[in-house]
Design a protein around this ligand. Structure first.
Ligand code: HEC
Ligand code: HEC
Ligand code: HEC
Ligand code: HEC
Length: 348
């Protein structure tokens, strides 16, 4: 199908797979050479991305391959759009990065470098923005303690296990928490409970800071909504203040979705998670103060408490998202989950 593949609706492309195979997941060939069972990258996207950061995809060490096979999918990517917002190409935003330093700063820089990298419009602000998707590979390899200690994804997610007299890699790839922390015990002598509590402690700290950053970004988004309403009503906003606010808002926003999309909730690289979240908090509060100044200067009244109106956005998005998975019965998320209480900009 060539590049037309990217512009066809997902359902049509998926429909080309014979029906009996449509529900199969990842297969042996995704990671293995079918001739000698060695590890092999099957995706040109990763090979190109590795080449872009100066790494030869055909010269990976065995340990590097034990992470790279996962990096074929557990990475963020950009689905490039044409003028009519039809998808035309896919690539990883690694240009300008280095191995062990595919940084959030650089990923954001690539996303923001061209309008064709912006894949959707954020309803509340009206800004066109990019996506960040499951960046496990980038986040883990960014000099995490475990990566520096020489570990690969497979060490924790495919630990060696005995089957009869054979030692094999557990191919039931899953969270180490679902397997009594056996993967960790190859190196750590502590009890599974101790190890699990370490993971939870890291995840709790990450959630606490990412929530703070997220609320700050959300409050700023609502202030932009207010600013756009005021502009619609004929008010003029200071262009310099507005531009500064928008720039920092986007920087904070991408950091929040990076940590949110990364699936270990901080564990893969706790200190990097702390750094990214702290930057996001600082940038979002600065953005908030710039946009407040612009509003005040234009004589727009700003409510003391910014109502995030979470239900409005979550409800809509949740339902839309679930429509892609017809096997899941769609329920109103607020039937089962308590409504989130908006946090006021004062009360943080
Ligand atoms: C997500 C990637 C991935 C998929 C999919 C995958 N494997 Fe593996 N496989 C690995 C990794 C990583 C190793 C460890 C290789 C090493 O340490 O050199 C491995 C090792 C092996 C080995 C060597 C013995 C061992 O267990 O260490 C065999 C045999 C094997 N896989 C068979 C299969 C078969 C058959 C399938 C399909 C049913 C499959 N694999 C699917 C990643 C994968
Ligand atoms: C071909 C793409 C692909 C490759 C290669 C791949 N994954 Fe995944 N992985 C996925 C997708 C898609 C999901 C989500 C599945 C779902 O939600 O049903 C997933 C889910 C997971 C999960 C969560 C499983 C669970 O119990 O919910 C872990 C952990 C994981 N992958 C680790 C790895 C590791 C480690 C490797 C490399 C050895 C790897 N993956 C290689 C696509 C891939
Ligand atoms: C030092 C061990 C370790 C290494 C190395 C590691 N992970 Fe993880 N990973 C974890 C832990 C612990 C979690 C958190 C699991 C949980 O919350 O249930 C996790 C979570 C995940 C999840 C989400 C699993 C779920 O059930 O939601 C995915 C996907 C994942 N890792 C993929 C990767 C990939 C890809 C790599 C390599 C780039 C990697 N991991 C390297 C330990 C590790
Ligand atoms: C292949 C060996 C190996 C495996 C497997 C492994 N670790 Fe580690 N881990 C290390 C090394 C090496 C360090 C660096 C500190 C040290 O020397 O103890 C470390 C450090 C840590 C730290 C401190 C990290 C920090 O940022 O301060 C925690 C927590 C941890 N590991 C938890 C785990 C958990 C949970 C698992 C399983 C999901 C796991 N480890 C799997 C080798 C391993």
């Amino acid at each position: 199908m060539g590049y037309a593949y990217y512009s066809e609706p997902w359902k049509d492309v998926h429909g080309k797979i014979p029906k009996e195979f449509q529900k199969l997941g990842v297969s042996c060939r995704d990671c293995h050479d079918n001739k000698n069972m060695g590890l092999k990258l099957s995706r040109w996207t990763l090979k190109k991305a590795l080449t872009d950061i100066g790494k030869d995809p055909d010269q990976l060490t065995r340990q590097e391959s034990r992470s790279a096979v996962c990096g074929q999918c557990h990475v963020t990517y950009i689905v490039q759009k044409d003028d009519k917002m039809k998808s035309k190409m896919v690539f990883f935003p690694w240009q300008g990065s280095k191995p062990e330093n595919i940084s959030i700063e650089n990923i954001i820089k690539v996303i923001r470098s061209d309008p064709s990298h912006l894949e959707w419009k954020q309803e509340v602000t009206g800004f066109k923005v990019g996506f960040i998707r499951h960046p496990e590979y980038e986040f883990f390899t960014a000099k995490s303690v475990h990566h520096q200690a020489g570990l690969a994804c497979a060490d924790c997610h495919m630990p060696y296990t005995r089957v009869g007299t054979n030692k094999i890699s557990d191919h039931n790839v899953m969270s180490p928490l679902k397997n009594d922390m056996k993967a960790c015990q190859q190196c750590h002598s502590q009890t599974p409970t101790w190890l699990m509590n370490q993971v939870f402690a890291i995840q709790d700290r990450t959630v606490s800071v990412i929530n703070r950053a997220g609320y700050s970004v959300a409050v700023t988004a609502k202030l932009f909504e207010l600013a756009h309403k005021a502009q619609g009503a004929g008010k003029t906003l200071d262009a310099d203040l507005y531009q500064r606010a928008k720039d920092l808002y986007l920087e904070a926003f991408y950091r929040v979705i990076f940590i949110g999309a990364e699936n270990s909730v901080g564990f893969h690289n706790p200190s990097e998670a702390g750094r990214i979240c702290a930057d996001a908090v600082a940038m979002a509060s600065k953005a908030e103060s710039w946009i407040r100044q612009a509003l005040a200067k234009a004589g727009v009244e700003i409510p003391a408490d910014i109502n995030l109106e979470m239900a409005k956005y979550l409800n809509d998005r949740g339902v839309k998202k679930l429509k892609f998975r017809p096997e899941i019965e769609i329920k109103d998320p607020f039937e089962t989950q308590p409504r989130l209480t908006p946090v006021s900009s004062q009360g943080r």
